[in-house]
Ligand binder design. Sequence first.
Ligand SMILES: O=c1[nH]cnc2c1ncn2[C@H]1C[C@H](O)[C@@H](COP(=O)(O)OP(=O)(O)O)O1
Length: 232
Amino acid sequence: MIKRNFLLLMASGQLSREEALECTRCRHACHVMLYSDTKSQLFGKFPIRHIILMQMRFDGLLGFPGGLVDPSKETLEEGLTRELSEELGLPLPISVEDHVESCFAPPSSPPFSSPFSSRLMLHFYVKKIEEEQIREVERVAASTATDHGQEVLGMVRVPLYTMKSGGGLAHFLSHSFIGNARSQLVSSLLRFNMASLEELRKALTRSQEIHSQNAESLRAALSLTGAQRKQL
Ligand SMILES: O=c1[nH]cnc2c1ncn2[C@H]1C[C@H](O)[C@@H](COP(=O)(O)OP(=O)(O)O)O1
């Protein structure tokens, strides 16, 4: 059983932190999912359960806070802590114990990277903090963080609930994410028991449907710009 799990892990492309650091010719990027538990409810009836922070990046994609780190100059965790102070505006030390997974970035990441740039190794961390700390991060990130309004357009929370209308997690998952950020989110929700396998399967299936509907509405919006051009 252990061997089977190990083989599955290898097939999934996951590397240990140490294995990943052996790639000295790679660029390394570290990102973190910060979360807290909460008892609050949306509209007084949908339990929010956990506050999970992601961000709207400068390129319009959703991702986690973090960035590029040069392991020859600093440890991965020092680099990630430095990136967090720029993006979130306050010290939030990340340690080796918060490391969850490392892997090569998918070939399409980032979307417009040059075929000549060296391979990108992604290191992912998850850190649980208090609800009050999460609220403080949101306040400071939007007011004093140096990257606010530049590299980071805003912090966003991940809705874990599903409303009668279907609104919630499925819509969130249907947005566009940088690199493997969507997989990082989904696997962390499972790993830390924040959503069940069944909930995630349902939400992701619904996300695929929403995606096809979005394609329709994009076609409609595009045809609108065509009509406007003719009028000019
Ligand atoms: O959240 C993420 N999950 C996985 N990969 C990511 C995430 N955010 C970015 N990336 C990839 C793609 C980026 O080009 C590199 C570098 O990250 P970034 O945060 O853009 O780094 P800098 O701010 O430029 O240092 O990682």
